[in-house]
Design a protein around this ligand. Structure first.
Ligand SMILES: [Zn+2]
Length: 258
């Protein structure tokens, strides 16, 4: 059981740079294959990118995160046989947490300035035993969230939904179960952007983030919006609005492709 408190506790962790490792991992059923688990996790972490920076101090901190995570897997993985876990590791501020998920999700590793919680939110709304890695028709039935495509108070696609979240207008945000979209968050005004060019503070204050959808989810939740994950949301991502977007926000740019 994943609680709001669990997620809130993770979201309260903040690092100065992209030095928080979040690892979502299916643990094999067969204890004989456990020794291969850290290597599989290490490959995921290596593919996670470096959070948009080549800074050597950041790289060293990420290496330390990985050592913490590897040690946790080596010591504790036996208690998670056949399950899926979320593992969160950071050297500074110190973090070494695991959450057992009630369902099977796709493996994922992310380095960011705070724990990556999107998969936890997805797991919360799925029935126990749900398998995201199962066949497409199976998921399609359980993953559909209808959003009428042409309603006035509806945003369809990445740019309209970014505008909706930035204007605090989202009442319901429907995000895809999988996939990540790299983007930027302004460290002064907290504006989210896929391009990093639409805020006067950019250049000085733009922070690259590995997953814009994660940022949209967290911002929307902070604003009291409902967030749902769906297998195939209209336009890749969609929102129902509390109020119409302002003129700037209504500039309909091409929908998300991720
Ligand atoms: Zn700004």
């Amino acid at each position: 059981m994943i609680t709001h408190a669990d997620i809130g506790k993770l979201l309260s962790v903040r690092a100065a740079g992209p030095t928080v490792l979040s690892l979502y991992l299916r643990v094999p059923k067969d204890p004989a294959t456990l020794p291969g688990l850290p290597d599989r996790a290490g490959e995921l972490a290596a593919r996670a990118g470096r959070g948009g920076t080549d800074d050597p101090d950041t790289a060293a901190a990420q290496e330390e995160d990985w050592r913490i995570a590897r040690r946790m897997l080596e010591v504790q993985a036996r208690q998670w046989l056949g399950g899926t876990i979320g593992l969160f590791a950071c050297a500074e501020p110190r973090l070494a947490e695991t959450i057992v998920l009630p369902c099977a999700l796709t493996d994922r590793a992310v380095f960011a300035t705070r724990p990556h919680v999107r998969p936890l939110l997805l797991a919360r709304q799925r029935p126990a035993g749900y398998d995201m890695t199962a066949a497409w028709p199976e998921r399609r039935r359980s993953g559909r969230v209808p959003v009428p495509p042409q309603e006035a108070l509806t945003a369809i696609g990445l740019q309209p939904c970014l505008a909706a979240v930035n204007q605090r207008a989202a009442r319901l945000l429907v995000v895809p179960e999988s996939g990540m979209i790299p983007g930027y968050v302004c460290q002064r005004c907290a504006m989210l952007s896929s391009t990093g060019t639409d805020c006067p503070d950019w250049g000085a204050a733009a922070l690259a983030v590995p997953d814009l959808i994660e940022e949209m989810v967290v911002t929307a939740l902070e604003d009291g919006a409902e967030v749902r994950a769906a297998n195939d949301p209209p336009g890749g991502i969609a929102a129902r609005l509390r109020f119409p977007l302002t003129a700037d926000g209504e500039t309909a740019l091409p929908a998300a492709t991720a």
